[in-house]
Every structure is written in structure tokens, then in C-alpha cells.
Design a protein around this ligand. Structure first.
Ligand SMILES: *Cc1c(COP(=O)(O)O)cnc(C)c1O
Length: 460
């Protein structure tokens, strides 16, 4: 098909919203190692996980056989309010860069939460409701996840408590108000409402908190409250599963126009948006049907894939969650304060970690100022004010398109534009004022983080 035939925006119709999620765990030839109970060092049982998470999410978490998992109608109906999301051909960006590359992005910022996180929030809230639970808890860093879950909890009539990393709640009071408007109770973390919070406050008075710490508080609250479960916005396999709606829509939209990506780029915080974006394409790669270059992009300030260890680690800093085998900087790693809010997590999705370890994808770490340069250029050319997290993918997509300009290759590049940056204007202000710096951990900083890895036989 000729170039002109491809519109700026490729929309699917409502009836083309996927009816099933795509389970990467079912196609992986070598499955990732199971969660371990940190006490017994035995694989976590369904019963153990069900004390923390909703039953149906645990089923999905442990499902390594069903490639397609049905999306219940109630969830699809919610999806219809803001999906399908557009797949955009970045004609203007291509022109501005003078590249022969063809650039596409899947835009997930078209909902009030401003990011892809709503895709899993609505699923998890639905399953909590279906199980008859009264309330759910979670943590939020940059605030997109807390907002998404507030929307989903309000829709299904669940009470929600959000532990918000203290620095974020101070930097982004408007985010907090959005969550409260949807009915969520927002607590700055570390707080004195949990054992884990009190302990961290005592050890690090005045700390601005971290995602790992907020997770500890939310998990503790869930397991000590009746009819309550904890809900996580990334990292876990069932979250990657829910996010596969992104990749499946992408694939369907591309197939309509006979577009075959050479490269798929996504930012990696906990890995769920990237895992979801690549899911069906990666399934085909594993089956030998394509040779797409998959690139995960992370901040140089929190480089779990590019500089981390592939080891068993806790998912939180208070060491109360199960152990996951993943690329990690150590659950005690405290990233320097920066603006990659949603990417500041010490670990990485076990699925993405395994794909990386098995050589199915590569990873790149980029510096903050370079990311904001790309964000500014993108905003001016493509019109969308991107989230700092998403801008990591923009940076690498632009770099790859510029390489094509040198080599004359007309590669087809797809990247995930996970969200908008309206709540990140203090970061943009620093960039505009010229006061933004790049904080890259030294090897000694990393060693301190690695020292917090559990000293268990599996890690020796
Ligand atoms: C949370 C978030 C991310 C990181 O997502 P993961 O799935 O955890 O990697 C990226 N972009 C935006 C806009 C986010 O809100």
C-alpha cells in the first residue's frame, strides 16, 4: 500500500477492541522462575498469594498455559469509554527529523488518568468487586497509577486507600486532589499508619519516601484489613497480561495497512506497558515469525536492566513481599530524586527480565536532560505534551530515526507513548530554567543497593 494510504491516525472500531488478553507466559519457551516465599524459599502457593491479591489475579499470575484469556464484558465495556487508543503515524516528526524512517506511536494518554495504567486498574478493580471485597489498597509514585485505580474503584464502588510517595504528593498536590475527587483516601508515605512506615520514618527521618516503601505500607494495610486486597500497577505478570490490550490493538491496526514494525520501543519502569505493547509481536518472534528489534528504555538514574543483577529480590523495601527473580538494583536501592517518576523502581517485571536474559530484546539507559530535549521537540512537532516516562521512548525512537537518516534505511519504528505530562510541569520548569541535572549512580552506589539483595542459595 502506498504511503499516502496510511492516515495520520489509525483507529480501530469499538467492536475491534480485543476480546482476549495475550498471555506471554504461555509462549515463552523457558518460563521465568516462580515467586518464592521468603521464609521457606519454596515457590509461593496460590493460597499464599491470595492473602495479598485478588483470587482471579492470582489465577492469571500463575497461568502459564492459556495463550488467550478472555476479557470479561464488564471490563470491555469500561474499555469502550476510552479505547481503542489511536495508533499515530508521526509524519510531522519524520519530516522535522528528515528521516526516511516511518515512525508510529500508540498513544495511551487519552483518559483522565493520563496513562496506560487504567487498562489494568479497571481489570483488577473488577475482579476485587466480583470476589465480594469491600476495599483495596495500593501505592502510587508519580500518581498516574493511583489516579487510574481511583477511577476504577469509583466505577465499581470499592473503597480505596492510596499510599503516595511523599515527595510526589508534595510536588503534585493536584494529582492528590484528582484521586480524592474519585473518592480515594490518599496517605503520604512513609506514614505513621503502618508498622512498615513507622519503621522507615524512624530509620530515615525526613525521607521523601520511595515506591518500595509505599508498597510495603499498602501491602501491610491490605493483609491487616478485613475484606481488603492489595493491587499493584506494574511488574507482575497479570498486569503485563492486562496491558497486552495495547499491543493487540497495535497489531490489529498495523495489519489493516500491512505495516510490519522493524523495531518496537517502550519505556520500562516496572515493565508492564512495555511487556503489554510487545506481547503479541514478541509471541511471534519467539515462534520464529519475525525478527523485530525490541528495545526497553530506562532512566540512567535507575538502570535495573542495563546495570542491575538478575537475582531473586523483594518487590518492596520493607522486605515483606514474595521474592521475584528479576533484574534489580536491590530493594534497598534509593534512586536519586529525578523526574522519571513512574520509572523509579528498583526491579523489573519477571517476564521482561526473562526476555532480556534470554536475548529476545535489548535495553538502553538514557539521561534525563536528553529525555527532556526529546520531550520538548516532540511536544512542539507532534502537539502532545508527553509524560517524562514516555519521553524515554521518544528519545530512543528519535535517535533510531536519526541513525536511519545516516544509513538511508527506511525502518518502521513503533513506540509506546504511555501518557501525558500535565502534572509534571515542575520537571518541565527545571528543564526550561536550565537547572535540570543528570544523576547517574556510581558503581559504589549500585554496590550499596546490591548489598540489600537477599542472601539466599538461589542468589549465590
Ligand atoms: C507508570 C508509567 C510508566 C511506567 O510503566 P511500567 O509499565 O511500570 O513500565 C510509563 N509511563 C507512564 C506515563 C506511566 O504513568
Amino acid at each position: 500500500m502506498s504511503k499516502e494510504a496510511i492516515p495520520y491516525k489509525i483507529y480501530l472500531s469499538e467492536s475491534e477492541i480485543p476480546k482476549e488478553w495475550y498471555n506471554l507466559n504461555a509462549v515463552m519457551k523457558t518460563k521465568h522462575e516462580p515467586f518464592l516465599n521468603p521464609g521457606t524459599l519454596k515457590p509461593c502457593t496460590k493460597e499464599e498469594l491470595s492473602q495479598v491479591f485478588c483470587d482471579e489475579c492470582v489465577e492469571q499470575e500463575l497461568d502459564r498455559t492459556h495463550l488467550h484469556i478472555e476479557i470479561p464484558e464488564e471490563i470491555r465495556n469500561f474499555y469502550k469509554m476510552y479505547r481503542p487508543s489511536p495508533l499515530v503515524r508521526a509524519y510531522c516528526l519524520e519530516k522535522a527529523l528528515g528521516t526516511p524512517a516511518k515512525i508510529y506511536y500508540k498513544f495511551e494518554g487519552n483518559n483522565t488518568s493520563g496513562s496506560h495504567k487504567l487498562n489494568s486498574a479497571v481489570a483488577q478493580a473488577y475482579y476485587a468487586k466480583k470476589q465480594g471485597l469491600k476495599s483495596i489498597t495500593t501505592e502510587t509514585g508519580a500518581g498516574q497509577w493511583g489516579t487510574a485505580l481511583s477511577m476504577a474503584a469509583a466505577y465499581f464502588g470499592l473503597d480505596l486507600t492510596v499510599y503516595m510517595v511523599k515527595v510526589s504528593s508534595e510536588q503534585k498536590p493536584q494529582r492528590r486532589e484528582v484521586m480524592r475527587t474519585y473518592g480515594a483516601k490518599v496517605i503520604a508515605s512513609p506514614s505513621d499508619t503502618t508498622e512498615a512506615g513507622r519503621k522507615i520514618l524512624k530509620e530515615f527521618p525526613g525521607t521523601g519516601g520511595s515506591l518500595g516503601c509505599a508498597i510495603s505500607e499498602a501491602v501491610e494495610k491490605a493483609v491487616t484489613t478485613d475484606s481488603c486486597r492489595y493491587v499493584l500497577g506494574s511488574v507482575l505478570d497479570h498486569v503485563v497480561l492486562h496491558q497486552s490490550v495495547i499491543g493487540q490493538e497495535c497489531k490489529a491496526a498495523m495489519e489493516k495497512y500491512g505495516i510490519e514494525p522493524d523495531m518496537i520501543i517502550g519505556c520500562c519502569g516496572g515493565g508492564s506497558n512495555f511487556g503489554g505493547l510487545i506481547a503479541p509481536f514478541m509471541g511471534d518472534k519467539i515462534a520464529g515469525k519475525n525478527n523485530i528489534d525490541f528495545v526497553g528504555v530506562e532512566p540512567a538514574s535507575c538502570p535495573s536492566l542495563t546495570r542491575g543483577k538478575y537475582a531473586y529480590d523483594f518487590c518492596d523495601s520493607a522486605k515483606i513481599t514474595p521474592l521475584a527473580k528479576m533484574y534489580t538494583l536491590g530493594c534497598g536501592f534509593m534512586p536519586a530524586p529525578n523526574h522519571a517518576g513512574g520509572l523509579r523502581y528498583h526491579g523489573m517485571s519477571p517476564i521482561v527480565s526473562a526476555l532480556y536474559n534470554q536475548g529476545y530484546m535489548r535495553a538502553v539507559a538514557v539521561e534525563q536532560t536528553k529525555v527532556f530535549e526529546a520531550a520538548e521537540q516532540f511536544a512542539r512537532i507532534e502537539g502532545i505534551l508527553p509524560a517524562p516516562e514516555s519521553s524515554h521512548a521518544i528519545r530512543v525512537a528519535m535517535d533510531e530515526a536519526l541513525k536511519c537518516k545516516e544509513t538511508g534505511e527506511a525502518k518502521t519504528i513503533l513506540f509506546g507513548l504511555t501518557g501525558t505530562g500535565y502534572f509534571d510541569m515542575s520537571a518541565y520548569k527545571q528543564y526550561n530554567d536550565g537547572t535540570m541535572t543528570d544523576q547517574i549512580p556510581t558503581d559504589a552506589d549500585l554496590e550499596r543497593g546490591f548489598a540489600s539483595l537477599p542472601d539466599i542459595p538461589q542468589n549465590r
